[in-house]
Design a protein around this ligand. Structure first.
Ligand code: PEP
Length: 256
């Protein structure tokens, strides 16, 4: 049975000023002892404008904390005003980039084809995509959440080889749980994460499914991480609001 190192990734969204961003990284680094990282991988996903400074901190102090971005253009370069490319993220040492977050799908009208292109771009440039998917409340209430999520999985990974899929992190983020304080029950999270892994096994083989990390995201806090991560198919969390508070985030990491 393959072992999967848990990942806790903090999605800062469009929050904090530059000084606050630097201070938060320093406090996380100060609070988590080096030996902690042997157990759990921790990443922060700040706004683009903070990445360079975080790179300097991480490199300068040889921190084991990883960092990444919240979005990537599907294009490598060109006339795409305001966008940031895969090569730019790679040059800044980003380990991760979120792709397909529900806020991008909702406010920037990103469909499965765009998400798929972004997953491919990230992989091409050696930045691990954290591929987000999840149902809205009406889909869940109608009982269609598992099929909806597995369909999003299939569409987002279309055209990838099993070898490429091994380098993707999948994040199940039910839209009704994001930023609402309504965390999914551990049974609900496990149900979908297990279904996603079963679909990966069907499409790419058991060996691949066994190594892909599947995270849960949606109102995770230090009080809920323990039960969530104890689930067989939940390999960590994508954390929004709780990742902005150094004490809460490091407590959450320590309990993962
Ligand atoms: C997110 O934005 O990915 C997220 C999970 O947010 P929150 O933890 O605030 O629900």
């Amino acid at each position: 049975m393959a072992s999967r190192q848990p990942l806790i990734a903090g999605n800062w969204k469009m929050n904090l000023n530059h000084l606050e961003a630097i201070a938060l990284v320093q406090r996380i680094a100060f609070s988590l002892p080096e030996k902690y990282y042997a157990k759990v991988e921790v990443a922060v996903l700040p706004p683009f404008v903070d990445i360079r400074s975080i790179q300097t901190l991480v490199d300068g102090d040889k921190l084991l904390l990883k960092y990444g971005a919240q979005d990537v253009s599907p294009h490598d370069s060109g006339a795409y005003t305001g966008d940031v490319s895969g090569p730019m993220l790679a040059k800044l040492g980003c380990s991760y980039v979120t792709v397909g977050h529900s806020e991008r799908r909702e406010y920037h009208h990103e469909d499965d084809a765009v998400v798929n292109a972004k997953v491919k771009t990230a992989l091409k440039h050696g930045v691990t995509p954290i591929f987000c998917l999840g149902e809205k409340v009406d889909v869940r209430e109608a009982g269609g959440h598992v099929a909806f999520c597995t369909d999003q999985l299939v569409a987002g990974l279309a055209g990838l080889t099993a070898e490429q899929v091994r380098n993707v992190v999948v994040a199940y983020e039910p839209v009704w749980a994001i930023g609402t304080g309504k965390v999914a029950s551990s049974a609900d999270a496990q149900e979908v994460c297990a279904a996603l892994r079963a679909k990966l096994a069907e499409l790419y083989g058991e060996d691949t499914a066994a190594v892909v990390r599947v995270l849960y995201g949606g109102s995770v806090k230090s009080g809920s991480i323990g039960e969530l991560i104890a689930q067989k198919d939940v390999d960590g969390a994508l954390v929004g609001g709780a990742s902005l508070d150094a004490d809460e985030f490091t407590k959450l990491c320590a309990l993962a």
